[in-house]
Write a protein that binds this ligand. Structure first.
Ligand SMILES: [Zn+2]
Ligand SMILES: [Zn+2]
Length: 553
């Protein structure tokens, strides 16, 4: 009988960059489907100049003929953000529900040169065949409309790929988690669940979007002057909650930030903001009295070019805030963004603006299941195998431990690149695929294994020395060495000129090398490089990158 395998190429051992594969067949020939194709965001200090991190899809490119398509669970960047960049190397059909497809299209139009991609728009809850797989969509609550879990029906049994989910009976917009369908699936039998671990370290249940809506209503009603609310642009339920809170107290909503405008347009087209009043453009902001306006802004992560950051620096052409105004962060600070968010918050507080965050008020809830929700899901579907995914190692570990405690028979812990045979037989890791990261650097995609970014990091840490030497064919210096420093202080600890230090080191080394060795330009370059770095390090305490160019004349 054919093997049923699961192979994650991203998102396991990290939060972000989700890419899961399912395969049927023997190891020489498998029929594959991919679930999601997401990105991670780079932290500037670790990856200078890198815009995005994408999964390494070497394996999929090789296996393109056996890849039936990509199913997108929902429109968060960590699940569909790599499509525009990576799809051209795969050119397989994409399956998505209407909101996800519309947001993808809107993103594509906004990016000049983006490829036209064949997206098959699937109705919510629909069932379809893709390659060797019979797939059914299950609506689940999350922090964006139309998050879907997938049921994969195979000759070996059913697999439930949860995607991102929570249990929220009152999600404000969109459908709640389809409990009836999941319970029925449990009766039908579930071989394996491949599930969201993000909040497996947290006890209890996530509060509901409706609780957040209530808090926002109270805060906006009580605010004495202008209110600005920032949230993740894709959180349509939150946008609706802000709109309803504003309308209840006779305030207009002004939308600030392109990403938010784009999502709002798509949400209106797909019915997720039905009944919500029209919003105003930023040009009307200045004419509205302070107690008659709510600004809905991008920039909850402190992104320097986003609306809120510019407003906090008094750098926005239309929107300003002043003493007595209120800013609500209806969001969570994603780890790694603390400094940027802190900068924005401190800037606002310095202007006597009231800042409200989820530290003190229920102005944000997570879209991922906490432990009581995981327990409930596993009680519904009763899986034989649990594969924790979508999490850092700690999240995966806690999720596995919870599964064990709940009595799930097999717990499989894996990482990106592992091939897990789910059936037949007891599940285990049976193979390894090439997996890793790709960086988006300007317009290019480059391998994370290459030298580019590590060299750039070294340059940013300790600068660079250029040395140019001209040697005759007898190995004699034909002219004085040329030295150029970049990103290096002018003077050393005792006031020495570092350029002179480098010059002397280069000259001494080149002149004092044994004659025979001096005829070998590579040997000269290497000796000078070492000497220059060592001499500068002695006076500075840091070793710069050194590049020696030897010219034979
Ligand atoms: Zn998500
Ligand atoms: Zn996610």
């Amino acid at each position: 009988m054919q093997d049923l395998v699961f192979a994650p190429l991203g998102g396991v051992g990290e939060i972000g960059m989700n890419l899961s594969l399912y395969g049927l067949g023997d190891e020489r020939r498998r029929s594959w489907i991919a679930v999601d194709l997401g990105v991670s965001f780079a932290q500037e200090e670790h990856l200078p100049g890198v815009d995005l991190i994408l999964p390494d899809i070497r394996f999929l490119i090789e296996e393109r003929k056996n890849l039936a398509g990509i199913v997108i669970t929902h429109a968060h960047e960590d699940h569909f953000g790599a499509l525009l960049d990576l799809w051209p190397q795969l050119k397989v059909p994409i399956y998505a529900t209407p909101f996800t497809a519309a947001l993808l299209e809107s993103k594509r139009i906004g990016e000049p040169g983006a490829p036209e991609m064949p997206v098959k728009v699937m109705p919510l809850g629909s069932r379809f065949t893709l390659g060797a797989f019979d797939i059914e969509l299950v609506s689940v609550a999350h922090s964006i409309p139309e998050s879907n879990a997938l049921i994969l029906r195979t000759p070996h049994g059913n697999v439930l790929h949860t995607g991102d989910w929570k249990i929220d009976p009152t999600p404000v917009t969109g459908l709640p988690t389809d409990e009836a369908k999941l319970r029925k699936l449990g009766e039908e039998g579930v071989l394996a669940i491949v599930g969201d671990s993000t909040n497996a370290v947290r006890d209890g249940r996530s509060p509901s979007e409706a609780d957040v809506a209530k808090t926002l209503r109270q805060l906006i009603a009580a605010a004495p002057a202008r209110v600005a609310v920032t949230t993740f642009a894709s959180n349509v339920a939150r946008i609706r909650a802000v709109a309803e809170a504003a309308r209840a107290v006779g305030r207009e909503v002004v939308v600030v930030g392109r990403a938010m405008e784009r999502v709002i347009q798509v949400a209106r087209e797909t019915g997720y903001l039905e009944g919500v009043q029209p919003f105003r453009g930023t040009d009307t902001y200045g004419y509205l009295p302070p107690d008659k306006v709510v600004a809905l802004c991008t920039g909850s992560q402190g992104e320097p070019r986003a609306a809120l950051s510019r407003i906090s620096q008094d750098d926005h052409p239309d929107v300003t805030l002043a003493k007595g105004d209120t800013v609500i962060f209806s969001s969570r600070t994603i780890p790694g963004n603390e400094k940027e968010v802190g900068r924005v918050i401190n800037g606002l507080i310095d202007q006597n603006i009231t800042v409200i965050t989820d530290r003190t008020h229920l102005v944000h809830v997570s879209g991922h299941p906490r432990r009581a929700e995981l327990e409930e899901m596993y009680d519904w579907v009763k899986p034989q195998i649990l594969v924790p995914v979508h999490g850092e190692p700690l999240h995966l570990f806690e999720h596995a431990a919870l599964g064990k405690k709940l009595g799930i028979k097999h717990i499989v812990q894996c990482r990106n690149g592992d091939v897990i045979r789910l059936a037949p037989g007891a599940p285990s890791v049976v193979d390894e695929l090439p997996a890793g990261r790709t960086y988006k650097d300007g317009r290019l995609l480059i391998s994370a294994e290459g030298k580019t970014i590590s060299e750039r990091r070294k340059l940013s840490f300790a600068g660079m020395v250029f040395v140019a030497l001209a040697l005759t064919d007898k190995g004699v210096l034909a002219a004085d060495p040329e030295i150029d420093l970049m990103g290096i202080p002018e003077h050393g600890a005792n006031g020495e000129v570092l350029a002179d230090i480098a010059y002397n080191a280069a000259l001494d080394t080149a002149e004092n090398m044994p004659k025979a060795r001096r005829r070998d330009p590579d040997a000269v370059a290497e000796a000078v490089r070492r000497a220059v770095r060592a001499s500068i390090a002695m006076h500075w305490g840091k070793k710069p990158v050194c590049h020696v160019h030897v010219l034979t004349v």
